[in-house]
Design a protein around this ligand. Structure first.
Ligand code: SF4
Length: 179
């Protein structure tokens, strides 16, 4: 199937979007909140995104068209919900964005090491520039962290991580006054 057909036929289940955000990754970004999360972290800020039957369906094509409408946006973040529950459905969108030079970031409640054990997650991991991984842990919560809710989570530099043979490499933006 060519990329155009994949974009038309790949259906995502989403909780919503934020068309311009400066808090969900570097720069001005479009944020896609996918619907459905099996992790159920105590203290999760978005429990309305847990139900895999909730939200609404939308094709990758429609999401891409929305993103392309805004010339100020150069980055896209997949948040949730748990994006890797829809890793295969997200892939045509991720690849189309990469081809157009967008910076791609995702949040996951799973660790990179856990995602790497699931072959269906690998192509999406290959497409990312940054990954914030790990569950939200209330006892580790801090409001001082950049992009992370709790200290156990990591901001990973995915190009460096791939170059290191998938050994997790922290991104320079992982650091903060409160590690
Ligand atoms: S992984 Fe994210 S969306 Fe899922 S329960 Fe944890 S904090 Fe909430």
């Amino acid at each position: 199937m060519d990329r155009g057909a994949e974009l038309d036929q790949s259906i995502l289940r989403i909780a919503g979007v934020v068309e311009e955000s400066i808090v969900d990754g570097p720069g001005l970004r479009f944020v896609l909140f996918v619907q459905g999360c099996p992790i159920h972290c105590p203290g999760c800020q978005n429990p309305q995104t847990w139900d895999p039957r909730g939200g609404t369906e939308i094709t990758c094509r429609k999401v891409l068209d929305k993103i392309l409408q805004d010339p100020l946006v150069h980055g896209v973040t997949f948040s949730g919900g748990e994006p890797f529950e829809q890793a295969q459905a997200l892939l045509p969108l991720a690849l189309a964005l990469r081809e157009r030079g967008y910076h791609l970031m995702a949040f996951s409640g799973h660790t990179l090491e856990a995602l790497l054990t699931r072959p269906e997650c690998r192509p999406l991991l290959e497409a990312l520039d940054m990954l914030v991984d790990g569950p939200f842990v209330e006892a580790e919560k801090s409001l001082e962290l950049r992009f992370r809710g709790s200290r156990n989570q990591r901001v990973l530099d995915m190009a460096a991580t791939r170059a290191a043979g998938w050994k997790p490499v922290l991104h320079e933006m992982h650091g903060s006054a409160d590690r």
